[in-house]
Design a protein around this ligand. Structure first.
Ligand SMILES: C[S@@+](CC[C@H](N)C(=O)[O-])C[C@H]1O[C@@H](n2cnc3c(N)ncnc32)[C@H](O)[C@@H]1O
Length: 284
């Protein structure tokens, strides 16, 4: 039973950091003409109506992307992300939020292709309808973890994989590590981006270390770990306080770009308590 719906969280601080990294990586991929394949193991619904019945419950986007659009001084590294968000809000007011598959579609070129996996029947239907008729985009109602073996390595040997599960099942913590391992065993040069939550939970606290250890053994070009903490936990210690984004085989420009972006993002998104950020980069 899938209870998680990303529409409740679209555009929150976690989406911002994850999507800034994703857009920066895809923009870098576009520096070469050769086509790439983007794989989204947990794609969500694609585009979210921020005034809709889900996103408007807690208005998480107001503490996320909503804090960025009118703010000056955005670092260059955030520009591909902000441009993509603005493209869906042409009137100026923030009404729509593009999720990862829609951001990838926005940045893709003629030779590139998308392989999207989404298990929730409603979100899968919405996502399929959005891309119907586009032969470069395949949307499957399949388990994204298990599907990795069917899409890697790509024929052009250029790929970006996003692994972004809801972590509503404790099994996701182990499956994410296994999926990163499988992706890199199949394609050791592939760029793999994994989002993981900052939560008061042992599995969550241990996950970045486990992901980095896996990437250190298998990724040809090392790994990067970006961390952004923007909020204090609630009274009972619950609540998402920030994000980790681990990138295996990061583009060589990514660490510098994120070191430029994170202070501005932290200043923009910080809610209360200690706001911290860091970029750790391990080149082989
Ligand atoms: C965090 S959301 C994805 C958000 C999206 N990647 C984005 O950044 O816009 C996680 C999604 O994974 C879906 N899901 C959960 N388990 C899955 C699985 N094993 N395979 C594919 N999709 C799954 C959920 O229905 C949910 O839509």
């Amino acid at each position: 039973m899938l209870a998680y719906r990303h529409a409740f969280h679209a555009g929150n601080h976690a989406d911002v950091i994850k999507h800034v990294v994703l857009c920066a990586v895809l923009e870098h991929m576009n520096d070469k003409d050769k086509g790439w394949r983007y794989v989204d193991t947990h794609a969500g619904a694609g585009l979210y109506a921020l005034r809709g019945k889900h996103a408007s419950v807690k208005r998480e986007y107001a503490q996320g992307v909503g804090r960025l659009l009118g703010r000056g001084g955005a670092p260059l590294a955030v520009a591909p992300y902000l441009d993509a968000v603005r493209a869906f809000n042409a009137g100026g007011a923030l009404e729509h939020y593009p999720g990862s598959p829609v951001l990838a579609r926005q940045l893709m070129r003629a030779p590139d292709e998308l392989r999207l996996f989404e298990l929730h029947p409603t979100d899968h239907r919405v996502l399929s309808a959005r891309f119907r008729g586009d032969p470069r985009v395949q949307v499957s109602a399949a388990d994204g973890f298990a599907a990795l073996r069917s899409v890697l390595p790509p024929p052009t040997r250029r790929a970006v994989v996003l692994i972004d599960p809801p972590y509503e099942l404790k099994a996701d913590y182990a499956r994410v590590v296994a999926a990163l391992r499988e992706a890199l065993e199949r394609f050791a040069e592939g760029i793999v981006i994994v989002w993981s939550p900052q939560l008061a939970l042992l599995q969550a606290a241990e996950l970045p270390r486990r992901l980095k250890a896996t990437a250190a053994t298998l990724a040809r070009k090392g790994w990067l770990h970006a961390r952004l903490n923007v909020a204090r936990a609630g009274a009972q210690g619950y609540g998402l306080t920030g994000s980790h984004v681990i990138v295996a085989n990061p583009p060589h420009t990514l660490a510098a770009a994120l070191r430029q972006a994170l202070p501005w993002l932290a200043q923009s998104l910080g809610q209360e308590g200690e706001v911290t950020h860091a970029v750790e980069h391990c080149a082989p």
